[in-house]
Write a protein that binds this ligand. Structure first.
Ligand SMILES: *Cc1c(COP(=O)(O)O)cnc(C)c1O
Length: 406
């Protein structure tokens, strides 16, 4: 096992976490990525950038987000006591604003005119359109047709915020194809555009940069949790799509060997091909979207069709640092199914009065399974990555009868 104290030094200069990550892009784009890396290293050391980001986190996002001790749920399911890091209370309703503000400030600093991105559930699109409006950049968002229909309130939000939304109607019409479309648009003009990726994925420096911006979640939580309980949490749980909210929580604890860390992937309808997006559970290393990581792929290396009830988890790849953390066994990766997730969605709503995003409900579902297996006095800190307002119409239409909404 590699030395845990080395985590904060990763990735290496070429963007590798062990064998994962790197940058697999055409030379012209590599040149631009090198510029972004250099600008990021330069700007993040400056007092002006740090104090502006700090000001926005505090007065715009509403940081620090609280930690809530879910006593009702703990009593019902424990064993262990369950706590939530409330990223759902951030401005725009999820953790994504933490990195879009950083990316928008960097794009502005580099003199870019337009910031572009893909979006799955629309959360990244909304967070980026918000940051673009605030910082003063044009914003173009690529979104799969399926997701445009499913997450329509977020499409309207992006448009109200002044962004242009491009519907992607090819392939699976979901996140992977939206990434492809956004990448192609970026390649046409990487000089005036800045690609603000939505998670800890893509070529170097994005997995590092997005992680750094998201790590505020864990650094806050570490201090808050110790203040509340006098100890570190025994277990951390976060859902994993690309892996940004998870690595955001995990980073501050990676060197605390007594803290169990668990990432939760969507097992969807079943673990049959096309019915899940459990990349680390069932994938193999490969290259997609300019980086090497575990990947759900066929025998020729083409990405497989993936599915999750949560659009934001619907991606055949995963952030390279998670692949590394899996291989060195520092983080365990487990799954929650659609069925368990919907149960958790209603349970958290009805027991604690918190409607979670379907993505976050995967982490809640896993915590509900884990808590009864642990002894009294143990603790679980769950990253509640976002709120479920965006999902209520979809849930009502699909599960309304079962959960007495009619
Ligand atoms: C986008 C999103 C996710 C998944 O993305 P990660 O990069 O894996 O965090 C999870 N939760 C919410 C609320 C999201 O919007």
């Amino acid at each position: 096992m590699v030395q845990l104290s080395k985590h904060h030094l990763l990735p290496d200069v070429n963007g590798y976490f062990g064998e994962y990550g790197g940058s697999f892009v055409p030379p012209m784009l590599q040149h631009i990525l090198d510029e972004i890396t250099a600008a990021y290293f330069q700007i993040r050391e400056t007092e002006a950038f740090q104090s502006e980001l700090k000001r926005l986190y505090q007065h715009y996002v509403g940081r620090p987000s609280p930690i809530f001790h879910a006593k009702n749920m703990s009593e019902k399911y424990g064993g262990a006591e369950i706590y939530f890091k409330r990223e759902d209370l951030n401005h725009t309703g999820a953790h994504k604003i933490n990195h879009t503000l950083g990316e928008a400030l960097l794009a502005k600093h580099m003199g870019k005119a337009t910031i572009i991105a893909e979006t799955g559930a629309g959360q990244h699109g909304v967070a980026l359109a918000t940051a673009a409006a605030l910082v003063g950049l044009k914003c173009v968002i690529y979104m799969g047709e399926v997701d445009v229909k499913k997450e329509h309130p977020n499409v309207t939000r992006m448009k109200i915020l002044g962004a242009k939304v491009v519907t992607v109607s090819r392939g699976t019409k979901t996140l992977k194809d939206a990434v492809d479309a956004a990448f192609e648009a970026y390649l046409e003009d990487p000089v005036t555009q800045f690609y603000a990726i939505g998670s800890v994925v893509g070529p170097h420096p994005f997995p590092m940069m997005v992680r750094d911006f998201q790590s505020i979640v864990g650094y806050e939580a570490r201090e808050q949790f110790q203040q509340m309980t006098g100890k570190l949490p025994d277990n951390l749980v976060a859902c994993v799509g690309g892996g940004s909210n998870a690595i955001g929580l995990f980073t501050a604890f990676l060197e605390d060997e007594d803290v169990n860390i668990i990432g939760v992937e969507p097992s969807g309808i079943s673990l049959k091909e096309g019915e899940h997006a459990a990349t680390l559970t069932l994938g193999r290393p490969g290259v997609l979207h300019g980086f090497k990581s575990y990947l759900l792929q066929d025998d020729s290396g083409n990405p497989l069709k993936v599915y999750s009830v949560a659009s934001g988890l619907d991606y055949p790849g995963i952030g390279p640092q998670h692949s590394f953390l899996k291989d060195i066994a520092r983080v365990k990766y487990e799954t929650a199914s659609d069925y368990e997730t919907i149960q958790a969605f209603f349970e958290l709503s009805r027991v604690e009065g918190i409607i979670p995003a379907l993505e976050s409900a995967h982490a809640v579902a896993y915590a509900m399974k884990l808590a009864p297996t642990l002894s009294t006095g143990q603790t679980i800190l769950v990253n509640l990555s976002g709120r479920g307002d965006k999902d209520i119409d979809f849930v009502a239409a699909k599960y309304g009868a079962e959960y007495h909404l009619e």
